[in-house]
Design a protein around this ligand. Structure first.
Ligand code: DX5
Ligand code: ZN
Length: 216
């Protein structure tokens, strides 16, 4: 699967509807939504007030990435606000299972995420309990950072685990993805790539999305 999920964090919020129309026209598969609370990460992005226009104007599934403490307090509201998938960080909770159950009870897809300094092996016990795992390839908090090359081996490791166990769990990569490294990331076993600045700062964002998907 070669899924591209542009991150709305890099969009122009003064012209959000136009940027979302571009996403609708493009070959993008999902819209990635980065929610930051200023506590789990040293940055604050946006929250519920933007879910409404995104649901209204965006025809692609909304892939919500929560970079917040206490995700258990908010996951249901993001489900109700129209999320297609809700992800939160493993390192933000003591036990992810009750939080996953809240999302599942809403009929929404689940995603468990880790920052680059968290041992990728910690995801293994949950591979059969989530729809997707998201490996951060930069430290969560800001768009426009440089891809951390060590992520490649982590993708291969998780890919092997998933295939060995015959699971359908998707692998998503987030941070520093661009038209140069997308093919290599898919080849290593990623299913979905998040790209913020490489899409929205490109002279032709639709072309950038096509290139990342390996399409002419
Ligand atoms: C970082 C966010 C990413 C970010 C990606 O905390 O989770 O989704 O927007 O931005 P780029 O693609 O510019 O690295
Ligand atoms: Zn993200």
């Amino acid at each position: 699967m070669k899924i591209i999920a542009p991150s709305v964090l890099s969009a122009d919020f003064g012209h959000l509807a136009q940027d979302l129309e571009m996403i609708n026209r493009s070959k993008a598969d999902w819209l990635h939504i980065d929610v930051m609370d200023g506590t789990f990460v040293p940055n604050i992005s946006f929250g519920f007030p933007l879910m409404e226009p995104m649901r209204k104007y965006c025809k692609k599934p909304l892939d919500v990435h929560l970079m917040i403490v206490h995700p258990e307090k908010y996951v249901e509201r993001f489900c109700d606000a129209g999320a297609w998938s809700v992800g939160f960080h493993l390192e933000a909770v003591t036990d992810p299972m009750p939080v996953l159950d809240l999302i599942k009870a809403k009929g929404v897809r689940t995603c468990l995420t880790i920052n680059p300094d968290i041992d990728v092996k910690r995801l293994v016990p949950y591979l059969d309990k989530v729809d997707m795992v998201l490996l951060m390839s930069v430290f969560a908090g800001f768009g426009g950072q440089k891809f951390i090359p060590e992520t490649m081996d982590k993708i291969r490791f998780i890919r092997e685990e998933i295939d060995y166990r015959g699971l359908n769990t998707l692998i998503e990569i987030d941070g520093g993805v661009n038209t140069q490294n997308a093919a290599e990331l898919f080849a290593a076993g990623a299913d979905a790539l998040v790209a913020g600045s490489a899409v929205f700062n490109a002279p032709d964002p639709e072309e950038a999305i096509r290139k990342m998907k390996g399409q002419p």
